[in-house]
Write a protein that binds this ligand. Structure first.
Ligand code: X2X
Length: 342
């Protein structure tokens, strides 16, 4: 009898504790992303959740679904679901949105960027704002830009030092633009979900792939199934936190501001750790037994020239005005004009 009463009291106390921790009107939103739960994408999403809880006094939080689980592993479908309000939040990279918003391919045009300063001049300037407007036309509110990073090529056949080394290699790619880029380089590209890529590399279904070092190659242990990596920096891929326009419109200004600042702080953090992990990455990968080739400026130029036809095709698709907007921001940054004229 006594024991029973004790158990009942304990249960009651636990129930009280639970209510105290989560206010009655607490709302949990769903956030989808398409890498696994070890990546900087995940860490950025977790940081967003923490900040959202903190800023809302526990009234708002997000449940994170990695590996595009909510779209059956289809990484391109996430943006479409957010766009029609079937999913609340997404953390994904530009290339995954290109079937819905072809203009998003502008970020990843081969050799558009040379370094992080170029990147930052676009994501924190007018080009980033323009892309946010374009995304809003598709029902997605971009809250903040983060980083997947410069995509480096890996394979299991040989070191890649020049375009000719890619001849005939079976390369897994994430999206349509990379098909054209790989074709221009003489490789055999195959579009494949990221969720299927590790085992495809392991089983030799494909010879290689390309992804950023800090955000993806290291945390997802690509080095376990790939021997060679070339730091060719051929294409950049940003990530972003997006929210469905429907959900966004349901909030008052104060809530909007709170959600936006949580996303911005989270992506600042995500970008920082991604750059740190990338900087340490080459040494780490060597330790893990990968053979790393770091091409010279002339060798990079040969890759740039070989990919020019794909650049031209996609510059036409995304719109020459948009490409110019990006190029002007990059050039402005390059000669310091930006800093002076602002
Ligand atoms: O699928 C990829 O290669 C990844 C994880 O980088 C993207 O989402 C584009």
């Amino acid at each position: 009898m006594k024991l029973k009463q004790l158990a009942a009291a304990a249960a009651l106390a636990a129930a009280f504790a639970a209510t105290a921790l989560s206010p009655v009107n607490a709302e949990t939103f769903r956030l989808s992303h398409n890498t696994n739960d070890t990546t900087t994408w995940q860490k950025g999403a977790e940081k967003f959740n923490e900040l959202l809880q903190e800023k809302s006094g526990g009234e708002m939080d997000v449940r994170i679904f990695p590996m595009a689980q909510l779209t059956g592993g289809d990484q391109m479908k996430q943006a479409e679901m957010v766009g029609r309000g079937a999913l609340d939040f997404v953390v994904t990279s530009a290339i995954n949105v290109t079937p819905l918003v072809p203009e998003m391919a502008v970020f990843s045009l081969p050799y558009l960027y040379t370094d992080y300063d170029d990147v930052d001049a676009t994501t924190s300037g007018e080009p980033g704002e323009r892309m946010t407007e374009i995304m809003a036309e598709h029902g997605i509110v971009v809250l903040a830009w983060g980083e997947n990073g410069f995509r480096e090529v890996t394979n299991n056949v040989k070191p890649v030092k020049a375009p000719a080394d890619l001849e005939g290699l079976k390369m897994r790619v994430a999206g349509p633009m990379y098909i054209d880029v790989m074709n221009a380089l003489g490789a055999n590209p195959q579009q494949m979900q990221w969720s299927e890529t590790f085992s495809a590399l392991q089983q030799g279904v494909v010879d290689g792939q390309e992804n950023p070092i800090g955000a993806v190659i290291i945390p997802q242990r690509v080095y376990e199934v790939q021997k060679y990596l070339t730091t060719w920096h051929y294409s950049y891929d940003p990530i972003f936190v997006g929210v469905s326009q429907k959900l966004w419109d349901s909030w008052d200004d104060e809530t909007k501001e709170m959600v936006r600042s949580a996303a911005q702080e989270a992506m600042t953090y995500q970008k920082e750790i991604t750059r740190e992990d990338t900087a340490k990455g080459v040494d780490f990968l060597k330790e893990k037994g990968m053979e790393i080739y770091e091409p010279s400026a002339e060798e990079i130029d040969a890759f740039r020239q070989a990919t020019q036809p794909a650049f031209d095709t996609w510059a036409e698709k995304v719109g020459p005005d948009l490409v110019s907007l990006f190029q002007n921001a990059i050039e402005g940054e390059g000669n310091g004009e930006n800093a002076q004229s602002n």
